[in-house]
Design a protein around this ligand. Structure first.
Ligand SMILES: [Fe+2]
Length: 295
């Protein structure tokens, strides 16, 4: 399936990188504040007015093209894992190519941001599986290197096959999504049963869902929830879609929330000594995810 829509406004997307969406998240959910931007209407309006054009264009495409059909087809294609065999460290090095291309003078290599997240978790004394989760949680972004468009790799995720929550940023862009007026997909429960559990729910396609399926047989359940739902801001930050969750999801989401600050607020311009840290992280990888994985 061709994921390059004809009407992409190319110029506007030119300066978008996978990090642009995360920078935008930090503006939407500033550190050290419990205030919800969206509840303060004026702040939220200001936030939206200040969003850079490439980020807005990114949300427009994401909301226009993430349909139940699209996510189902992408799962069929990518969950065959027939593209590459790589160890976790090789996948980290592969992902590093993504950012090296864009702006090597300003941005730290992706590998250093990955290690900053993991090191922050380690310094706070969390268990080894939690540190590993910090290390690997964004490896699904290698989808970009498999030729996927950025709007199909990053961005807030949300359930498909039921109505789009109004709390999803730029909800208005869903008006152009074919599922928006679909008789079955546009109700509160859509194709699902109340409390069915998120495992039965098809989420919008991206790096979270992809990596979850790569590692799902190897890591403890809280780690899998962190990986699978870390971009599900409408769920873990805005409290939406509880009608689809079961009691177990609700309990596990405390882990997703515990992970979120490490995801959003640990990246800095401070250099990381990759060589010095590599032995510790290779041991950690060998403990849970040894050898080559199928991607
Ligand atoms: Fe991510």
């Amino acid at each position: 399936m061709n994921s390059q829509p004809a009407e992409v406004r190319k110029n506007e997307l030119e300066s978008f990188s996978v990090e642009s969406w995360e920078e935008d998240l930090i503006r939407r959910y500033p550190e050290n504040t419990t205030a919800n931007l969206e509840e303060d209407e004026e702040s939220f309006r200001n936030y939206k007015d200040e969003i850079r054009p490439e980020v807005k264009e990114f949300y427009r495409l994401n909301h226009r093209y993430q349909t139940l059909d699209f996510a189902t087809q992408k799962k069929e294609s990518f969950l065959k894992f027939n593209r590459r065999k790589m160890s976790v460290w090789e996948a980290i090095e592969f992902l590093n190519e993504l950012v090296d291309d864009s702006d090597p003078d300003i941005e730290l290599p992706q590998i250093e941001h990955i290690l900053q997240t993991a090191e922050a978790i380690r310094k706070d004394g969390h268990p080894r599986w939690f540190i590993l989760t910090g290390l690997i949680h964004d490896l699904g972004k290698i989808l970009c290197l498999f030729g996927e468009e950025q709007w199909a790799v990053v961005g807030d995720t949300f359930p498909l096959g039921c109505e789009f929550s109004e709390k999803i940023v730029f909800h208005e862009f869903f008006a152009d999504n074919p599922d928006f007026n679909h008789p079955e997909y546009s109700t509160e429960l859509g194709i699902y049963e109340e409390g069915c559990g998120l495992d039965k729910v098809t989420m919008s396609w991206g790096h979270d869902e992809y990596l979850y399926h790569v590692v799902k047989d190897y890591l403890p359940e809280p780690a899998l929830y962190m990986i699978r739902y870390h971009s599900f801001y409408p769920g873990h930050k805005e409290g939406q879609y509880t009608q689809l969750m079961n009691q177990h999801d609700i309990e596990m989401f405390s882990w997703v929330r515990a992970f979120n600050p490490y995801d959003l607020y640990t990246k800095s311009e401070e250099r990381v000594d990759v060589k010095a840290l590599k032995p510790f992280y290779n041991d950690l990888i060998d403990e849970f995810l040894p050898g080559k994985l199928s991607w």
